[in-house]
Design a binder for this molecule. Sequence first.
Ligand SMILES: Nc1nc2c(ncn2[C@@H]2O[C@H](COP(=O)(O)OP(=O)(O)OP(=O)(O)O)[C@@H](O)[C@H]2O)c(=O)[nH]1
Ligand SMILES: [Mg+2]
Length: 308
Amino acid sequence: MAGTFLKKLKRGLFMTHTEFIEKVGETFQRSGPVAPEHIDRLEEALIAADAGVALSVRLADEIRGEVRAKRITTAEDLRPAVRRRLLELLSDADTGRRTSGTRPKITLVVGVNGTGKTTTVAKLAHRRIEAGSSVVLAAADTFRAAAVEQLKVWAERVGAPVVHQQEGADPAAVVYDAIAAAKSRNIDEVLIDTAGRLHTRANLMKELEKVKGIAAREVDGAPHEVLLVLDATTGSNGIEQAQQFGATAGVDGVVLTKLDGTAKGGVVLAIAGNLKLPVRWIGVGEGIDDLLPFDAEDFVDSLLDLKA
Ligand SMILES: Nc1nc2c(ncn2[C@@H]2O[C@H](COP(=O)(O)OP(=O)(O)OP(=O)(O)O)[C@@H](O)[C@H]2O)c(=O)[nH]1
Ligand SMILES: [Mg+2]
């Protein structure tokens, strides 16, 4: 099980890892003293992986400081120092999960168009069902009829009921129905799929607030988790989206999808360093099993591993 997990993670991070190690692998293995260009190369590798320029410069400066203070003396020691620093960065952003003993647990999934929200809802449902929980899916993307159909196809595959209404219905009404269904059928969790929306569109952001309001009125402390889905292939562009969503939708955590198709996996660091938001899940493929719980150590080790 653990082996499969790591294999999937490595495959998902393959492009990011390859580009990163291409730039710094040789440096990390060198046993002589650290030269300034070694750290320059590290800085470039972080920037290329889309960790964000400011954060990459800051991380590299901190490492330069450690070299000056003689806490790092050989190039070979750079790798463990980078590992330590990245883990710190990721754990600082992890505010811990908001736990709720309340049933049903309500999870709201939000994000801009096409980032992978619907697929993520299905993958999450699959995981919860495998773990023995019961779930109901709320088709709160009422914008397009095709959105409901897409969710229904996934739902059938994972064996979860879907609550939906006609195209153009009020998403908050769908959420209300889904919560009522969960309560009457004693279901553990409600996973809410929402329409893709631009973070710059005030009316659509208002709609999310209404959805949240209904959930809060119907279940104590709901929504218990608001997950923002970001597409890793867009790299640090996702950061601005996240800031806006964070401000209006009260995001608790990030799902970073499509890591399998990009060398920009360093965006995980930008999310932690710039947004102070924990990455909760990563998407590493289109299949139902291709959603992995984010583990900082496994992520950093997969990134810095010297072997391909
Ligand atoms: N390679 C890869 N593809 C993914 C991943 N997650 C989602 N996708 C694909 O991304 C595309 C869009 O996924 P959806 O789940 O429909 O995205 P969405 O956010 O619901 O889109 P809208 O509802 O239109 O806003 C689909 O083709 C998915 O198969 C992932 O982790 N890896
Ligand atoms: Mg969708």
